[in-house]
Design a protein around this ligand. Structure first.
Ligand code: SF4
Length: 631
């Protein structure tokens, strides 16, 4: 036996290659360690669909129902090894309102798992690997353990290595302590460590004790912290695209497949202000971006090699430096190539930066908005106000960027009044894309998890689905869990508080569709500005503003005060307006929901009629200043 097999199990998204497997394949190839990649997340989708499970159900398990542990349960042990009675788990799924067709599909897939594991083991063992490495993020832990157990039964001499986010911190040690089939756990980045570990195993030498490497023998001496950030590698996805070419799902998935790229690690915001709900591990928070030259070279090379132009960037947060090095160059290349990107960004973007994203080919963003209450945003340490969040939604809509965003409720310290105020705001925003509504879940590594009483929380134990996954006692289950149940020491009931907002969002959701023609836009003419009110629930009308009024309205595109708006008019029109006069005008527009007001600050809600109208200039340094925590 020789070489290394790298495995991505369900429930990674079948329509994209695994970045972890792609990067580590490149790392081992460079280190001249024989390696084969196995995109079994894609293979599983093909396997289940060929046996009568609808692709929509497979994707729903992968993308949506991880929150009840469904994907992991499909691969959880059956028979005497099972953690819990299946009927009990099915009752839990019913309580969580998982649709019947998803539950039926899950039961069918659970029946098919033994056959899938046999097929997968054959797929791997035909290459006779000495080491089999599994990447574990999201719901990949139990599928990986299930296949590892099967491999060990067939070939006990195989060395099983687990890595990935699900091995961070105490989780890695708990996996090692619970599952004897696991020989090594790698914590943190594996780029530097994996080649050394594999070389040692391949020549039957005990691997050296080093930070980030756990094994039963080395537990007492190993330093359990991730090693330093390694070099940047270009992922190799040959095996994924070859497998996709042979897959019965080729026609369904190929039009949707995206290349996956990592251009930065960690979070520059979280390094200074860890958002209170965020479960990003403290040690993986350290921010480091790839050199701009490498990012641009990787995009070109991957697009050329795999004949794809759409990219999912997996960074937690866009590097601000990319606005001056990577994005302008991508914008320039748009004359030649039709690259499209998804990127996670901080919501404090200036209109000019949003325009640059658009020009660079970024079509989808996830800005981490999380709330439309400045008070709650402060509790979360998001460093932004509600008006700035809405400003991002307005400018993203104007530039046709698809925004994925959520409102998280149940934040300790929030009140019913916060949600009444948000519900009152919603009808003004009905021309923008609505959010999802998500209840707070306490995640391991978050400030809420680290010190619950300091935030008025009491942890009740692991999320209920964990006890259907692992046959261990409560103490060990706590070590294995990432998500936890909680209650509020004050007895606060978030469901009651959020009810008015929930109703308003349901209404927004029903009314919004990108194809529907309901909008609020402004049309500029010589000496005037016309507001065209076409939002659902509003009387359709045009409002004509004269030159001074137009300047005042346009000055609110970037969140302004009456005093600052009066100063703009003085500079542009050389007319001195009284601040109270401006405030009265803004109050009138706010009454008509044409402006959004918070305290003495106002934001214009209308989108430009002309999508290419120049965005209001705010220079880049201002962006950094606006990232300071809200006061
Ligand atoms: S929530 Fe986002 S911005 Fe906040 S610390 Fe986590 S990754 Fe960073």
């Amino acid at each position: 036996m020789n070489g290394v097999a790298l495995v991505a199990m369900p429930w990674a998204a079948p329509e994209t290659p695994s970045i972890q497997i792609g990067l580590l394949t490149a790392v081992l190839t460079k280190a001249e360690v024989p390696v084969t990649a196995h995109s079994l997340h894609l293979e599983a989708a093909s396997f289940f669909v060929e046996r009568g499970v609808a692709l929509e159900c497979v994707e729903a398990v992968a993308h949506q129902w991880w929150c009840v542990g469904l994907g992991e349960w499909i691969f959880a042990p059956t028979g005497s090894d099972r953690a819990c009675d299946d009927a009990e788990y099915l009752r839990y799924l019913a309580q969580q309102r998982v649709p019947d067709e998803i539950v039926d599909a899950a039961l069918r897939m659970r029946q098919l798992v033994p056959k899938f594991l046999r097929q997968s083991a054959d797929d791997i063992l035909m290459h006779a690997p000495r080491v089999v490495g599994f990447t574990t993020t999201f719901a990949q832990t139990l599928p990986s353990l299930a296949l590892a157990a099967h491999l060990k039964t067939v070939r006990p001499e195989v060395t099983v290595v687990l890595g990935g986010a699900n091995c961070d911190g105490a989780l890695g040690q708990a996996l090692l302590n619970t599952y004897e089939i696991v020989d090594f756990v790698i914590q943190g980045r594996a780029e530097a460590l994996l080649p050394r570990l594999c070389r040692a195993v391949l020549v039957n030498r005990p691997p050296a004790v080093e930070p980030g490497l756990l094994s039963r023998e080395m537990t007492s001496t190993s330093v359990q912290t991730p090693h330093a950030v390694a070099d940047w590698f270009q992922p190799i996805y040959d095996e994924y695209y070859d497998r996709l070419d042979r897959s019965p799902l080729r026609d369904a998935l190929l039009p949707r497949t995206r290349l996956v790229l990592e251009t930065a690690r960690g979070c520059w915001w979280g390094e200074r202000h860890h958002c209170t709900f965020c479960g990003l591990n403290g040690t993986s928070m350290t921010f480091k971006a790839a050199p701009a030259d490498q990012v641009l070279a990787d995009i070109t090379a991957l697009a050329a090699r795999y004949r794809r132009t759409e990219f999912d960037v997996v960074d937690n947060i866009l590097d601000p430096a990319f606005f001056s090095n990577v994005l302008p160059e991508l914008a320039r290349r748009r004359n030649e190539f039709d690259y499209r990107f998804f990127w996670e960004v901080k919501a404090n973007l200036s209109p000019e930066q949003i325009r640059l994203l658009r020009d660079a080919g970024v079509q989808r963003i996830q800005p981490g908005i999380e709330s439309l209450s400045t008070r709650i945003l402060r509790l979360m340490r998001k460093g932004i106000t509600a008006l700035e969040n809405v400003k991002l939604l307005v400018f993203a809509a104007a530039d046709d960027l698809m925004v994925t965003w959520n409102i998280i409720y149940g934040i300790p310290g929030e009140t019913e009044d916060d949600y009444l105020a948000m519900a009152e705001m919603i009808p003004s925003l009905i021309h923008l894309k609505p959010p999802g509504l998500v209840r707070l879940q306490v995640q391991r590594f978050s400030p809420y998890f680290d010190n619950p009483p300091a935030h008025g929380l009491r942890l009740l134990g692991p999320a209920p689905y964990y006890r259907h996954l692992h046959a261990v006692d409560e103490a060990r289950l706590c070590e294995l869990a990432y998500a936890f149940e909680h209650e509020y020491i004050s007895g606060y009931d978030p469901e009651r508080a959020v009810a008015p907002l929930r109703r308003a969002l349901e209404q927004w959701d029903r009314s919004w569709s990108p194809g529907k023609h309901h909008s609020l836009r402004y049309e500029r003419g010589p000496g005037y500005l016309r507001l065209r009110e076409r939002r659902l629930g509003f009387r359709s009308r045009d409002i004509l503003l004269d030159r001074l009024e137009a300047e005042l309205y346009l000055s609110c595109r970037t969140v302004t005060t009456p005093a600052a708006a009066a100063a703009v008019v003085k500079r542009v029109c050389d007319i001195q307006l009284g601040v109270d006069e401006v405030r009265a005008f803004f109050a009138e527009l706010s009454e008509g929901r044409l402006l959004l007001r918070e305290g003495d600050r106002y934001l214009a809600l209308a989108l430009p009629m002309n999508p290419d109208a120049a965005p209001p200039p705010i220079s880049a340094p201002k962006w950094k200043v606006s990232c300071a925590p809200a006061h």
